[in-house]
Design a protein around this ligand. Structure first.
Ligand SMILES: Nc1ncnc2c1ncn2[C@@H]1O[C@H](COP(=O)(O)OP(=O)(O)OP(=O)(O)O)[C@@H](O)[C@H]1O
Ligand SMILES: [Mg+2]
Length: 287
């Protein structure tokens, strides 16, 4: 499985005293992406650290999905460098790229599952693409992933059209986890779910992060997710990452969009009551 691939050295940041700090599993530097005359991302920088759940937010159309697709090499960039798990795809040959791809899991915003395949077959798509395994083993692995994401065993043979929105998200997550990735990209995984379903999905992601040691890059508009499961948040605006940090950093950041987003009417009711008194104090003082 993907876990058997040689672990590559990870870039490590250093603090002023020269002590090793957190592992950087994804680093984007000066990344510029555009379509014709339109520049969507302009010299964007971003770091993601091992083991964190990073919430990536920004107004609709600012380029969150474009960045994710660029990182995954599905869109070309005009300039800049991107390192994933310490490696730059541009410097790798084909087998090395495949080996790195296997360490990444993806849940796309659109078309999370192939409609003509059952859940089990969907989960097995990456296995067939990257591995050469006997069918019985692939079946066993697919069932394991189905259990892991909290779906009933009989979901395996269902088609996406037979599933609820929440079940589709879980099945798509199972497919993202098919190769035991280290870094998972989720593009709006809770969109379309009711608040309880979304909260359960958030809890699932947090549990999987803890049990599997995943790093999660999650594009989301869901304020509940940002407050409850994200360790850090990055805000995309003005074609780059405008601010990154904790919820407290967001609440203190002096930008009209960030203020409206995190302190607006919809945010007010979900500023944590017990977990973040500092955030609440700042929030209240910003009325
Ligand atoms: N393949 C493409 N060709 C041309 N323009 C594109 C392409 N993909 C995205 N864009 C444009 O890039 C901009 C950013 O799109 P993107 O899908 O990344 O937004 P987003 O931040 O993910 O928005 P949302 O929150 O609505 O999902 C938009 O103006 C979009 O029209
Ligand atoms: Mg998007």
């Amino acid at each position: 499985m993907a876990g058997g691939v040689d672990q590559q050295p990870i870039e490590t940041t250093r603090n002023e005293a020269g002590k090793a700090e957190r592992d950087v599993v994804l680093s984007a530097r000066d990344v510029t992406v555009g379509f014709g005359p339109k520049v969507v991302l302009d010299k964007l920088n971003l770091d993601i650290y091992r083991g964190e759940i990073l919430g990536f937010v920004g107004a609709s159309g600012t380029g969150k999905s474009v960045l994710m697709r660029t990182v995954l090499r599905l869109l070309p960039r005009r300039s800049g460098t991107i390192k994933i798990l310490g490696q730059d795809f541009d410097e790798l040959d084909e087998p090395e790229r495949n080996a790195l791809d296997m360490r990444l899991g993806v849940l796309f915003q659109q078309g999370a599952l192939f409609s003509s395949l059952t859940v089990k077959e969907n989960i097995q798509v990456p296995m067939r693409e990257y591995l050469d395994l006997p069918v019985t083993l692939m079946d066993e692995l697919a069932h394991l992933k189905i259990r892991m994401v909290g779906l009933a065993a009989d979901a395996a043979d269902k088609y996406p059209s037979e599933l609820s929105g929440g079940m589709i998200k879980r099945a798509a997550l199972a497919r993202a986890l098919a190769l035991d990735p280290e870094l998972v990209f989720l593009d709006e995984p809770t969109s379309g779910l009711d608040p309880i379903g979304a909260a359960e999905f958030d809890e699932l992601i947090a549990n999987l992060r803890d049990s599997l040691g995943l790093t999660v890059y999650m594009v989301t508009h869901d304020l509940d997710s940002l407050f409850s499961v994200c360790d850090r948040i990055a805000v995309l605006g003005k074609k780059r990452v405008m601010v990154e940090g904790t919820i407290d950093d967001m609440l203190a950041y002096d930008d009209p969009w960030v203020q409206a987003y995190f302190k607006g009417k919809r945010a007010r009711s979900i500023v944590p009551q017990d977990d973040a008194p500092a955030a609440r104090a700042q929030h209240d003082s910003g009325k």
